[in-house]
Design a protein around this ligand. Structure first.
Ligand SMILES: Nc1ncnc2c1ncn2[C@@H]1O[C@H](COP(=O)(O)OP(=O)(O)OP(=O)(O)O)[C@@H](O)[C@H]1O
Ligand SMILES: Nc1ccn([C@@H]2O[C@H](COP(=O)(O)O)[C@@H](O)[C@H]2O)c(=O)n1
Length: 209
């Protein structure tokens, strides 16, 4: 089984994807980390962020087994990832690796921005996770405070909105809900309730097929 989960920044798709992967006994890939890995490698090597050929070469070398969430969580890495994610050749290289991952036994949950539309258009179940920008910014601000990296709510909100706008406006694989994806708005749901609703939706789709 392949489950595709998309949504804007900090909507809770990663939290949900991890829980769903554990629940159904599937592999999990946070595809945002693959874009972050390209950005981090470019920054580390002092390579330009605006050269598509260079970024695509680095993307072809990303090892999905060596994605270090903590090291890739830096703010400047996220910002750079959002910039290189507009490049078609970078996306082509990463999508190939993501598709290989998705088709490994026993199946997988992938979360990102283009999973239901581009990476796994034939996924068995698709969710598009939403929450208002204010709720997402509050959750991300609280998360950062909890990790000992306090951040200003207004800056976090502006950052999320800027990245979402870039993701939605890009020509290649923009962030959007696949037509056959189920919308899950978690603005007023806690993590447990969002997880239970997601399981209900997925089980309903599976039983219908
Ligand atoms: N339903 C929820 N209620 C309250 N907090 C939540 C909920 N879902 C997720 N969170 C919290 O919100 C924060 C962002 O969630 P998460 O990292 O899963 O989002 P994401 O969409 O994967 O983000 P990104 O796009 O940056 O990878 C985390 O601190 C998480 O614990
Ligand atoms: N399928 C995806 C996943 C991510 N991106 C871009 O990467 C940036 C970082 O992702 P996070 O989920 O870790 O925040 C994100 O801002 C997107 O621009 C993507 O394009 N497609």
């Amino acid at each position: 089984m392949i489950i595709a989960i998309d949504g804007p920044a900090a909507s809770g798709k990663g939290t949900l994807a991890r829980r769903l992967a554990a629940h159904y006994g599937l592999n999990h890939l946070d595809t945002g980390l693959t874009y972050r890995a390209v950005a981090a490698a470019l920054l580390e090597k002092g390579l330009p962020l605006d050269d598509e050929e260079t970024a695509a070469r680095v993307a072809g070398e990303v090892d999905l087994g060596a994605l270090d969430r903590e090291a890739l969580s830096l703010h400047e890495v996220g910002e750079a990832a959002s910039k290189i994610a507009v490049m078609g050749k970078v996306r082509t290289a990463l999508v190939k690796a993501q598709q290989r991952f998705a088709h490994r036994d026993p199946g997988a949950v992938l979360d990102g921005r283009d999973i239901g539309t581009v990476v796994c258009p034939d996924a068995d179940a698709k969710l598009f996770v939403e929450a208002s920008a204010e709720v997402r910014a509050r959750r991300r601000t609280d998360e950062m405070a909890g990790r000992g990296k306090p951040a200003d709510y207004a800056e976090v909100l502006a950052d999320l909105e800027r990245r979402d706008a870039r993701d939605r406006a890009r020509a290649v694989a923009p962030l959007k809900k696949a037509e056959d994806a189920h919308l899950l708005d978690t603005s007023d749901l806690d993590i447990e309730t969002a997880f239970r609703k997601a399981v209900e939706l997925i089980d309903r789709v599976r039983n219908a097929n």
